[in-house]
Design a binder for this molecule. Structure first.
Ligand code: F1P
Length: 368
């Protein structure tokens, strides 16, 4: 999507708005394959497992998209290992340490940051390691940054090399890496095999859904967005809302699906696009909400692994992944639709999703 400048400038090429974001979104399946290959190397997770093996509870920490990775990773961790886990915005630990750590014992931490430089996350890791003697694993999309230096160990993922300001393949790769680590710790070889098969299945799904999202977004106009998910899908619903906000300067909210009934549904109308990230475990209850919102006049975009006639009837656009994989192994692919919808909505509004308004790639606070 790059083009030569009209002024005849020699080799300088101008990248079209959103070109980096689009390339990085579409490259996720291939990048995941590289991540899985790195994680499969003998001994690649021994040190990380050593730090987490005896932890009675794991605290996942991050900011922005990385906090939403923490939400999805903590839910995955509990379901895979059966151990306690919680997701914490780094600022909460810094401002309310006693609230966050109350009653905790045998804690290990995982600090998540694409840049490895976000001030709140680095400070949170430093606080845990030095003041609380809590071992911290750094999960980053880069190498040799401040977060790696303050943490006891680092999850050795390939660097994500994202040019765009917003996180896309770094988001799903770090989530995948943490799911893989949980499966390794739990000795869940079936899940490891499923995560190994995911990239190829996700590549086919991306090819199928990409043109459908582009056409759907291109042919409609929405005033605002709501993104809904339960359990491990809630963090992905939050990320979907953030992608719409960051890439298209749109107003987007996220809720637990059934929570939407308890007041926020007053917003429902055809000009509000509702994203339903339908789970398998909560499918029937979530589908009830989908049908109810459709009856109230909502426009609906549904992502499911498999959908029945109820969901089909109530969805203006239905994305079915149809992966023959356990539910948790499908998680990362559920953000494809929101990433692409944010990108194409931003481009339709004449914006450049690669350089979102008011945003920087990393939030560094003054004292750093
Ligand atoms: C976290 C973050 C991103 C956000 C923006 C600013 O970065 O808040 O989630 O989209 O890019 O930084 P990091 O700690 O993961 O590097």
């Amino acid at each position: 999507m790059s083009e030569k400048r009209g002024d005849g400038a020699s080799s300088q090429s101008v990248v079209a708005p959103g070109a980096h974001s689009l390339a990085e979104i579409l490259s996720q399946p291939q990048f995941w394959a590289r991540c899985v290959e790195a994680l499969q190397r003998p001994g690649s997770l021994d040190l990380q497992c050593q730090y987490l093996h005896d932890a009675k509870e794991v605290m996942f920490i991050g900011c922005g998209s990385s906090y939403y990775i923490a939400l999805a990773a903590a839910a995955s961790w509990k379901m895979i290992t059966g151990r306690r886990a919680q997701a914490i915005a780094a600022s909460e630990l810094l401002l309310y340490p006693d609230l966050v750590l109350a009653g905790s014992s045998g804690v290990a931490a995982v600090a998540i940051s694409r840049s490895g430089r976000t001030s709140e996350t680095v400070r949170a890791a430093e606080f845990l390691e030095r003041d609380k003697n809590i071992r911290t694993l750094a999960v980053t999309g880069t190498t040799s940054q401040a977060l790696d230096q303050v943490s006891s160990s680092t999850l050795g993922l390939p660097t994500c090399e994202e040019q765009s300001t917003v996180m896309t393949r770094s988001f799903t790769a770090m989530l995948l890496g943490l799911q893989y680590l949980a499966a390794k710790l739990a000795g869940d070889d079936a899940l490891i095999a499923a995560l190994t098969r995911l990239p190829k299945l996700a590549g086919a799904a991306m090819d199928a859904l990409h043109p459908r999202i582009r056409e759907f977004v291109g042919s409609r106009k929405f005033d605002d967005y709501v993104c809904l998910g339960q359990g491990p899908f809630y963090g992905l619903a939050c990320e979907t809302a953030l992608k719409l906000t960051e890439m298209s300067v749109s107003y987007a909210q996220s809720f637990h699906t059934l929570e939407f009934r308890h007041g926020p549904k007053s917003i429902v109308g055809p000009e509000t696009l509702l994203f339903f990230l339908l789970s398998e475990q909560g499918y029937d209850a979530e589908c009830d909400v989908l049908e109810e919102m459709k009856s109230l006049g909502a426009t609906t975009l549904t992502i499911a692994n498999r959908a029945d006639e109820r969901a089909r009837e109530a969805s203006d656009l239905l994305i079915e992944l149809s992966f023959e994989l356990p539910e948790l192994a499908r998680l990362a692919a559920y953000v494809f639709a929101g990433q692409l919808a944010g990108l194409y909505t931003g481009m339709k509004k004449g914006l450049d999703p690669d350089n979102p308004r008011n945003l920087s790639r990393v939030v560094i606070l003054d004292e750093d």
